[in-house]
Design a binder for this molecule. Structure first.
Ligand SMILES: [Fe+2]
Length: 210
């Protein structure tokens, strides 16, 4: 594994500048109107994924570009989830939960429709798959899950846990890190979690605090 880069995880090299990006950005602005929390979460997930991806030896410009765009667009399919379901406090009904479970494939279809690369579509489609094969939508497991999607899954979970949400208070770094460690090898790729847990805490807090 590579070591952590102490440079801020920003897009100085123009990673997010492919031709499909303006269209994805337009879709993201629709998501911003529909669900401002998920929009801001997506921006933080890009920065966390870049930090983690580089430490996992994703080191070429092309691969980092796919990872960044995939992280940015991973929850795009939430555009189709009704607002009252997205922002509901408390337990979802079976029907509501089914609507939520559609968002990975809905997002991947949207991205395919604007000619995003297969790698970007796979991040959207597979970011809720689990290492133990009990995730959704396809029940993939282990290395059958796209590697970028495994990186984004950890970044996504860390940001979600450390953010204030409708259904719960924000966890601190220690609690969120402990939860990732607890779920390594079941929900998450254990090697990706091990790398994440070596990230300097100050770098992570700078990202989730912004
Ligand atoms: Fe998601």
């Amino acid at each position: 594994m590579a070591s952590f880069n102490v440079r801020p995880a920003t897009d100085r090299r123009g990673i997010l500048s492919r031709p499909e990006v303006p269209t994805v950005r337009s879709l993201l602005s629709a998501l911003r109107s529909h669900d401002p929390y998920t929009y801001r979460h997506s921006l933080r997930t890009v920065r966390l994924s870049l930090l983690l991806g580089r430490a996992c030896n994703i080191d070429t410009h092309a691969r980092l570009r796919v990872l960044s765009l995939g992280a940015l667009a991973h929850d795009l399919g939430k555009i189709f989830i009704p607002g009252d379901v997205l922002h509901k406090e408390g337990r979802l009904t079976g029907v509501e939960w089914e609507a939520v479970r559609q968002h990975p494939l809905d997002g991947a279809r949207l991205l395919a429709g604007v000619a995003a690369s297969e790698g970007v579509c796979r991040v959207a489609a597979e970011h809720h798959e689990r290492w133990d094969g009990r995730g959704y939508p396809a029940g993939l497991g282990g290395e059958r899950i796209d590697f970028n999607a495994r990186v984004v899954a950890v970044a996504d979970a860390f940001d979600a846990m450390t953010s204030v949400r409708a259904y719960g208070p924000a966890l601190g770094y220690e609690e969120a890190a402990a939860e990732l460690e607890r779920c390594a090898g079941t929900q998450f790729d254990p090697a990706v979690v091990a790398t994440f847990l070596r990230a300097p805490r100050a770098l992570l807090e700078a990202i989730i605090g912004c």
